[in-house]
Design a protein around this ligand. Structure first.
Ligand code: ZN
Length: 261
């Protein structure tokens, strides 16, 4: 989200184009904005990864002052990162309490997967009715990328691409309203999986995605049942129980691979 200052800067930068002065204040401001943007993106990645790999469990307080110190980031920039994470429901911002890692409730987790079963029975049926050979090829290629991400141990890419598999089916089925609804449910599922799945477990088993892709390519109606059971299995693999809150040392979480601050 652009701050008011950045909006003013981008307006101020437009007339500077015609004069093309490399050292103009507008150009310097733009370069500075770009550099700061890279910082916030890197910090966003580190916090997201720490949440999804369980280093930062649900309800961990993300103390602003501490994070600013650890990442060498100004408070306004750090807030941009936290706002982005909050928009994605990964972080909860509360007045007077600051930011904490979100904890989707067990009930929410069950309801999200139940809603997905209803919705995705429909998208699978839609896919069978409208997919072309090129669409089936796209789905198979995606499954191959998912398996590669898993083999490389890239948990974030793995989680992201398992969600995309479901969205591709919905896109090909062709109902944009269902695509938008599923996008929201997949985003919520990613956090639910990240916080409730046993460390090291797979997000969506790639073998089940491959079996689904084959049934869809053959236009088999059993694909609907396969999808419903697949979502049942993903939910069943979650440890849907309340965890114990423990004290987390933010500096130790972010110290790996970073120079001592
Ligand atoms: Zn899946």
């Amino acid at each position: 989200m652009a701050t008011a200052t950045e909006k003013r800067d981008s307006r101020a930068a437009r007339p500077a184009k015609s004069t093309a002065r490399h050292g103009s204040p507008a150009a310097r401001r733009l370069r500075r904005t770009a550099a700061n943007g890279a910082d916030t993106a890197a910090v966003y990645e580190q916090i997201w990864t720490a949440i999804t790999d369980h280093s930062l469990p649900p309800e961990t307080r993300l103390v602003e002052g501490r994070l600013c110190e650890i990442f060498g980031l100004g408070r306004a920039r750090l807030r941009q990162v936290l706002q982005r994470l909050a928009h994605e429901r990964v972080v909860t911002l509360m007045p007077n309490r600051g930011a904490t890692v979100s904890r989707p409730s067990v009930r929410e987790a069950r309801e999200v997967f139940a809603a997905r079963q209803v919705l995705e029975a429909g998208t699978v049926a839609g896919f069978i009715g409208s997919a072309t050979r090129a669409d089936c090829k796209r789905l198979h290629e995606h499954v191959a990328r998912e398996q590669a991400a898993w083999r490389q141990g890239d948990r974030r890419a793995s989680l992201k691409s398992s969600g995309e598999f479901h969205l591709i089916i919905a896109e090909i089925a062709g109902n944009q309203i269902l695509v938008d609804m599923l996008r929201d449910l997949v985003s919520r599922s990613s956090l639910i999986i990240a916080v409730y799945q046993a460390p090291g477990a797979r997000c969506c088993p790639p073998d089940e995605h491959r079996e689904l892709a084959l049934a869809l390519e053959r236009r088999e109606s059993r694909a609907v049942g396969l999808m419903v059971r697949h979502l049942d299995q993903v939910r069943a693999d979650l440890r849907l129980e309340e965890g114990l809150e423990k004290s987390i040392d933010l500096r130790s979480v972010f110290s790996n691979g970073r120079r001592a601050l």
